[in-house]
Design a protein. Sequence first.
Length: 367
Amino acid sequence: MKNYLTFEAEIKNLEDEIEKLKDPYNEDGLAEVNTKKIVEIQNELDVKLKEIYSNLDPWQTTQVARHEDRPKSKFFIDNLFEEFVSLSGDRHYGEDKSVITGLAKFNGKSVFVIGQEKGENLETRIERNFGMMRPEGYRKTIRLMNLANKFNLPIISFIDTPGAYPGVGAEERGQAEAIAKSIECCMKLEVPTISIIIGEGGSGGAIALASSNKVIMLENAIYSVISPEGCATILWRDPKKMLDAAKAMKLSSKELFELNIIDEIIKEPLGGAHRDKDLILKNVKESISTNLNKFQIMTKEEILEDRKNKFLKIGRNRGFISNKEDLGDLTMKTNPVKNFIDRILEIKNIKIISITLALVLALIFLF
């Protein structure tokens, strides 16, 4: 049974009509299948899909990114890699099933794979904690990323999470520290790292694994510091204003690519990745192959420098530094008027300190 989003009502009606026409055992009994009519409606459906999916607003894009039928990390791992060997546990607390980790082969070469997994049905979603990682999950990935680094294995991560798990137990076990350590680990790795946001890339829960040489998004995925509902609740105290929040947050792949936050957009089939899983597999495989080949001729030092420079460049055309080509210059652009005022205040402060010291010395001398 297909699942449809609220804005896909017309698509559902057309597909239902096609299914009825394909069934020879209709209300009138056995009848000949009207192939001509099916072709006409199929063409109408294709036009409607293009019309809707070419004009998605940010909130509709968010809905597509969260679609129940959208391919998950496990699907990509099972179909893109050979000889996958799962590795588990953080060696401190336990196992976190919301993230899949292991060794595998891609195009005959050894790689290390990470995948945040939401689950396919209610049972597996509960087991996977809806893709929300706990501290032990991040510590597991840190342990295994260091292992991959030791054996010079490229790391490929599939990002799909609404965010890190905010439960009391997770906070008690050091959730924030685990996320920070994961980001630090990612930035220090000397092997190529590729992160692909396949659905939701929610807040620190996503960036903890997406601090990579290449950050790639599927066309209808999202990547943001908070969910649109959460943003609307904080700013307007009304979660129903999620459309306004989604527009302001610039969370779509196209907007993030224009801001140089991500490096590449992988084209999805018309109507979303769930409508043609074979095609999305082909597109993702091509992207991974192309990017891995780019890193083959790079040294460890060049890979590390490439990752550092990538993140240092973010925002540089928005006023952070005066020369965006000089990656060593992290000084803020100076404002002459502000500098003059600061200088006056500094002189004023020196005078106040001098007078205070003089009074203290005078009092000491008198007594």
